[in-house]
Design a protein around this ligand. Structure first.
Ligand SMILES: *[C@@H]1O[C@H](CO)[C@@H](O)[C@H](O)[C@H]1NC(C)=O
Ligand SMILES: *[C@@H]1O[C@H](CO)[C@@H](O)[C@H](O)[C@H]1NC(C)=O
Length: 342
């Protein structure tokens, strides 16, 4: 054997390992933290309404039962397909992060994904301790990482980030009357410096967001402006607020002072992808402008996720984590991805 083929073999192995996989530009991967489902604690059975109303936001009961009623056997966690679709619209792929993942596995997975999303859900963060614990660890990884790995929180995700920053206190959340209403954002002074709504955002998108009723609110909890000021403002900046039906002002968008953490109390995935079709509702607003604004936001967030070079080891490792359709331990049913955990 001459040395030349050996050298070229070594070179090709080296180049295969450094260029094996162009994840970041081709298809950045966003982890979505799954939400716990246990039939005994979350299914709104009429036999024990008191347990249910402690755990669930009562106005979500109808929504929850229509979906949870059809949970497949063995499912222990889930998220709505709309969150995945919103990220895919921006060019990303999605990897589920089981809410009960152990710490070592989480750290390893975090080193391979390019961003994280916390979804909405029918509960308050502190009623779901395992989810909250994992969410807190992820928040720590994101804010302590030297890499730019963005985190996006939507609705319950916003409330979760608020509760984490307020150090687990439920007290940061208050009651608001903001179910099923589309609102125009009221930008704060800080919005002009926002990484989301500031100079990077085209004027046309800003104009839609502040002047038209396109942001979908589906919440009975929220963070009032006073609580934000006293409990969160050392770490987070409020970039928009809104008034609920009773005239109470809540923070509707926020971001971390310096780290890539962004959260909205409204649902940017809903205008295009919510398919619950609650007849007669004004939400979500499917106007061309509403869809255009939410589409911009998915692209913006996925672009943030291209700012780190986290990557799976190779195509097989990538495929093993990516959610494509049904597969081992995954059932797609009623526009929900349901997961079994091993
Ligand atoms: C539009 O937003 C305003 C607040 O700016 C709100 O008072 C009104 O109820 C909203 N309209 C609809 C149809 O949701
Ligand atoms: C939906 O948004 C359009 C503009 O994009 C606005 O004219 C309309 O009033 C909104 N509808 C509701 C129900 O808020």
């Amino acid at each position: 054997m001459t040395t030349l083929p050996l050298i070229s073999l070594i070179l090709s192995i080296l180049s295969a390992s450094t260029h094996a996989f162009d994840q970041v530009y081709e298809q950045p991967v966003i982890g979505i933290l799954t939400f716990p489902y246990t039939s005994s604690s979350l299914l709104p059975l009429s036999s024990d309404q008191s347990v249910v109303s402690n755990i669930l936001n009562p106005s979500s009961l109808k929504f929850a039962s229509s979906r949870f009623g059809e949970a497949p056997d063995g499912a222990v966690s889930y998220f709505d397909a709309s969150y995945k679709q919103w990220l895919e619209e921006g060019g990303a792929r999605v990897a589920p992060i089981p809410y009960d993942i152990d710490e070592d596995e989480l750290t390893e997975l975090f080193s391979k994904i390019n961003g994280v999303l916390f979804t909405g859900g029918p509960a308050t963060p502190e009623t779901i301790p395992e989810y909250f614990k994992t969410a807190s660890k992820i928040y720590g990884l994101v804010t302590e990482s030297e890499d730019h790995v963005p985190l996006w929180g939507t609705c319950l995700g916003f409330e979760t980030i608020s509760s984490i920053v307020a150090e687990g206190g439920e007290s940061v959340l208050g009651d608001f009357d903001a179910e099923q209403i589309s609102l125009p954002l009221m930008f704060t002074g800080a919005a002009s410096e926002s990484r989301v709504f500031g100079p990077e955002m085209p004027q046309q998108i800003k104009d839609i967001l502040w002047s038209q009723n396109v942001t979908t609110n589906w919440h009975t909890y929220g963070v009032g402006v006073d609580n934000f000021e006293s409990l969160l403002s050392s770490e987070l900046v409020a970039t928009s607020t809104n008034f609920d039906r009773g005239g109470l002002e809540f923070v509707s968008s926020m971001e971390h002072i310096s780290k890539p953490v962004f959260a909205v109390q409204w649902h940017p995935e809903s205008n295009q992808y919510d398919t619950t079709d609650k007849a007669g509702d004004d939400t979500p607003n499917r106007s061309a402008e509403g869809v255009q604004a939410m589409n911009y936001l998915s692209g913006w967030f996925v672009e943030e996720a291209r700012k780190n070079d986290h990557s799976f080891e190779d195509g097989d490792d990538f495929k093993a984590h990516i959610l494509s359709s049904e597969g081992d331990g995954v059932v797609f049913d009623n526009w929900v991805y349901w997961f079994e955990h091993s």
